[in-house]
Design a protein around this ligand. Sequence first.
Ligand code: NDP
Length: 264
Amino acid sequence: MTKELFAIFGDPVDHSKSPMMHNYAFRKLGHPGCYGCYRLVRGEELRERFLSLGLRGVNVTVPHKEAAYRACDRLDDFARKVGAVNTIVKREGGLHGYNTDAPGFLRAIADLPGREVLFLGAGGTARATAAVLRDAGYRVTILNRSPGRLQAFREAGFETHTWEDFPPRSCELVVNMSSAGLKDENLPAPMEILEKVLEGAHGVVDVIYGRQTPFLKLATERGIPARDGSEMLLQQGVLAFDRFTDGRYRLEEVERWMREALSL
Ligand code: NDP
């Protein structure tokens, strides 16, 4: 049987757990798919590479999510709204683009208590996720190191602060949406602010996965339930798989196998 080919495009990409998750789910579900890793240096070549490799679908990671958005012929409403694509599927009519990061994050925190959320960081992931959370009934405040990226959030009606003008207060759910702690030992905000916001927190989440960031360590030391970005990785993967296979399998079933692949 001919296999459908899938890949993750990014740079760097060799650390990605997506091939493991998707290949395991393909095998367990008996789907004729094979998923690989492809280091794409130049985002503007994404479309040509997709087509010349004969792919059926890709996931896209840093730094090409905006290039992926531009490479598509059709976009779903949410991807169009946020201007970033992490999942592309080839169908009749060309390349169809989706963003499963933010809905994946929503699924990843659905079981946590608290509807009042503080984002530490205001990058692309925060922008997509804030809108999805608000639509789902969460109250989201954005706290960022510098003012530049906050403008778009303010225009979209979110409460925003920089470290300088943040009135210290505790928050139910505190999320590191920044890249602080990804490859360094930085906290996503100054310690004085974190002490205050964590005081009454019911939970913290870090979107970074695969390592205990200084932020997660701080929360754990204070006895606050803390989770890294693995659950988000899993859930965005479940939703991407669903697009790749045109909804052929139950999400619970896909999630079961991907969770097993990630040992979560
Ligand atoms: P962007 O580059 O778009 O934004 C980075 C943000 O981090 C900015 O708000 C920036 O602040 C802030 N920041 C960077 N360094 C520091 C620091 N030392 N202290 C405080 N703030 C800092 O990043 P993305 O939104 O694309 O990604 C954010 C994180 O999300 C990454 O770590 C990425 O790996 C993770 N991610 C995880 C996923 C998963 O499945 N688990 C999926 C997608 C992303 P400033 O504006 O001041 O520069």
